[in-house]
Design a protein around this ligand. Structure first.
Ligand code: PHE
Length: 455
């Protein structure tokens, strides 16, 4: 993302698509999508995800991008620009990155730890006891208590803030544009190897063959939440991105391309992780640890795994870092734009939030344990994840649709989209934003939450 403060712009359509995809592709695709798929019964979740991504996801992404470009403002200011009375929607959206970035840094820390261990030649340790290493690590049994997950959380947080402070943010984004394709190539290679392991196909069938019987009300909420998280929408970020976009960029096409790239990476990550987890009998019981438990099993037996493993974790770390940097930047800009604070103070406030909530997540697997339905068995990390993704994001998305449909009016965005190209799906867009999205999202929220809280 260009520096906040001045209104810089992306270089052309490709630059815009690459930058938006680089922010979109992160732990959401590699870590969250596979375990959610496993949790919601495999193929059926993939199917629901794809259908909703290319209807709800793409529509909301287009709405946010065009809203940002039309107003030329970032999230907190954009709503107020159209109607002062509704500016609180922007503030509500701005809370979400603040809930996400702390636990994002915790997971980023896990990736850093896995990189460290694999570089140190300890892949077999990571794979030992059917992947029990992950659970022991997060609960503080490996890595000497406080020096374990806390240390790696701090390492990742420092890396993230250092990238912002050193002003190399643009540098690492450029780097990530080169490394992202490398990550993809590596993922294809790892997946191809896995498929050659006897027994892998049963896992692939579980992953790709939709079992209608596994469908429940919360599958839909799970899928839309995952789409919002992964596409970085319903949290104000795409609005800010839109405000950096030049007027000649075809927004309709770009929204489609970004959705395609992001979903493609997610589905590939699922193919790389879910069948292996299935094969090794992890099922959904291990939840959030799936990526950390399943892949070492592969690297340990793969020819060249001792090198491929560390390279893979390094690329994942960089993908996580670019996303974390853009999340932390967003929080900072909320304090500067929204609360009128100086840049230094804003950054300190962001760090304070990351440290407080992040430590709650780390300790939530040990001394600060909470076990309420919202925690999904993952303590405070689960609480923040559910609160941000399954409650606040759908609420923001509903409010945004109502705002665009009935306050700003769809023409407000349609005119903007038509500046650069003919808007082919204009009517569909209008129906989606005014009726389909708000109604169905409300139903998903109500019935889905029933599932989350009802167990
Ligand atoms: N979409 C990113 C991911 O999938 C997460 C993210 C959200 C990044 C918001 C930036 C902003 O990991």
């Amino acid at each position: 993302m260009p520096e906040t403060g001045e209104r810089a712009s992306f270089n052309g359509k490709l630059g815009f698509i690459m930058a938006t995809s680089a922010s979109a592709v992160g732990l959401g695709n590699l870590w969250r999508f596979p375990y959610e798929t496993s949790h919601y019964g495999g193929g059926i979740f993939v199917l629901v995800y794809i259908v909703l991504a290319f209807t709800f996801g793409v529509c909301l992404l287009l709405a946010e991008l065009s809203f940002g470009r039309r107003t030329g403002k970032s999230c907190v200011a954009a709503f107020g620009e159209v109607s002062r009375k509704h500016r609180h929607i922007g503030y509500l959206a701005a809370v979400i990155p603040m809930l996400i970035v702390p636990y994002y840094c915790v997971i980023g820390g896990w990736v850093a730890k896995w990189l460290f261990e694999s570089v140190a030649g300890n892949i077999s340790g990571l794979a030992a006891d059917g992947g029990a290493y992950w659970f022991d690590f997060i609960s503080g049994e490996t890595g000497a208590g406080f020096g374990g997950p806390t240390l790696w959380f701090l390492v990742f947080t420092v890396l993230c803030m250092a990238c912002i402070l050193a002003g190399v943010k643009n540098g690492i984004e450029k780097l990530s544009k080169v490394l992202m394709p490398a990550l993809l190539v590596l993922m294809v290679g790892i997946t191809a190897y896995e498929l050659s392991i006897p027994g892998a196909w049963d896992g692939v069938v579980y992953y790709l063959n939709p079992d209608i019987g596994a469908l429940s009300a919360d599958t839909f909420l799970g899928a839309v939440s995952q789409i919002f998280y992964s596409l970085s929408i319903a949290m104000g970020i795409a609005i800010t991105y839109g405000s950096y976009t030049k007027k000649d960029v075809n927004l309709e096409q770009s929204a489609g391309t970004v959705t395609l790239i992001d979903s493609g990476v997610a589905v590939l990550a699922g193919l790389m992780i879910v069948p292996v987890a299935f094969m090794f009998g992890f099922g959904d019981s291990n939840g959030m640890g799936l990526m950390f438990e399943a892949l070492p099993q592969v690297f340990v037996s793969m020819p060249g795994g001792g090198i491929i493993g560390p390279v893979f974790y390094l690329l994942v770390l960089l993908a996580a870092l670019t996303s974390a940097v853009s999340l932390a930047e967003t929080c900072t800009s909320v304090f500067t734009d929204g609360a009128g604070m100086g840049r230094r103070k804003s950054m300190l406030a962001t760090v304070a939030i990351i440290l407080c909530l992040g430590m709650a997540c780390v300790l939530g697997f040990g001394p600060l344990a909470v076990d309420i339905p919202m925690s999904q068995g993952a303590g405070w990390l689960g609480v923040f994840d559910t609160l941000a993704n399954s409650i606040l994001m759908p609420v923001i998305a509903i409010l945004m649709c109502l705002f665009i449909g009935y306050v700003a009016k769809p023409e407000f965005l349609e005119e903007e989209i038509e500046i650069s190209s003919r808007f082919r799906l204009k009517r569909v867009f209008r129906v989606m934003i005014m009726y389909v999205c708000p109604v169905l999202l409300t139903l998903m929220l109500v019935f889905g939450l029933g599932g989350v809280f009802g167990g």
